[in-house]
Structure formats: structure tokens, C-alpha cells
Design a protein around this ligand. Structure first.
Ligand code: THU
Length: 128
């Protein structure tokens, strides 16, 4: 499957962003290993630390629908430079086997491997 379906889903999901505090709407889409596509948007809270990023909302949606692992993630925002996932989202992507992440704004797309964005994501953890 090409990236375009995922990119479209991410922009659609962004329309649902709940971002009254930052006014910064983000959309995401993930592809699960069985080919399902799941969207997500950021969901903010008055208690700022409870905010959920679009990427993690999309991943949680895929898991809730029975997905076991994910190959690809698209992130979109209307920014000058394509938006980059936060560290927490990178770690959650690693948890579920994401390999490629496409970062998009209205005019530009940058493709990364997860190991470029988060090297050694699980090295040594619980390894006693
Ligand atoms: N945000 C995301 O949803 N994904 C990202 O990759 C970057 C940041 C959200 C969190 C918060 O609602 C707003 O963008 C500003 O940080």
C-alpha cells in the first residue's frame, strides 16, 4: 500500500484535534501489520501533562481494534517544517515495531527509520 492513503487519513484525523490550549492540530495514521489503517489526533487537557499526542492516539486505536504490531506511521501538521514526534511517542512506536515514519506538512515529506529517530530504544531494559 502506498503512503497516500495514510497521508489522507492523517489529515482527516487532524480535523478532529482537540487542541484548545496550543491551537496546534496534529494528525497521524498508522498501518498495522495486517494492513489496517488507523487515524489519530492530539487530545489536550487543562492539566497539560495529560495531553495525548496524535501518534499515540492512532497507535492505541490500532491496538484496541486488535492490531498486534505496526509497520508505518504518518504524522501531519500545518507547519513550516514537518513536525517531529516527541520522545514518548518514539518509544511507543518502538514498542509496537514501527519501522518507518513519514513526517509531513502541506508541501514537504521526510521519511525516517525509527532507529534514526530513536537509537537503542530497548537496549538493556529488563536485561539483568
Ligand atoms: N503533538 C502531537 O500530537 N504530535 C507531535 O508529533 C508533536 C506534538 C501535540 C501535543 C500538543 O497537543 C501539541 O501538539 C503541542 O505540543
Amino acid at each position: 500500500m502506498d503512503w497516500n492513503i495514510m497521508i489522507e487519513r492523517a489529515w482527516e484525523s487532524r480535523e478532529h484535534a482537540y487542541a484548545p490550549y496550543s491551537s496546534f492540530a496534529v494528525g497521524a495514521a498508522v498501518e498495522s501489520s495486517d494492513g489496517g489503517i488507523f487515524g489519530g489526533c492530539n487530545v489536550e487537557n487543562l492539566s497539560f501533562g495529560l495531553t495525548m499526542c496524535a501518534e499515540r492516539v492512532a497507535i492505541a486505536s490500532a491496538i484496541a481494534a486488535g492490531g498486534k504490531s505496526m509497520r508505518r506511521v504518518v504524522v501531519v501538521a500545518d507547519t513550516r517544517t514537518p513536525v517531529s514526534p516527541c520522545g514518548a511517542c518514539r518509544q511507543v512506536m518502538a514498542e509496537f515495531g514501527v519501522q518507518e515514519i513519514l513526517l509531513c506538512n502541506r508541501s514537504e515529506q521526510i521519511l525516517f527509520r525509527l532507529d534514526e529517530l530513536l537509537p537503542r530504544s530497548s537496549a538493556g531494559i529488563l536485561d539483568r
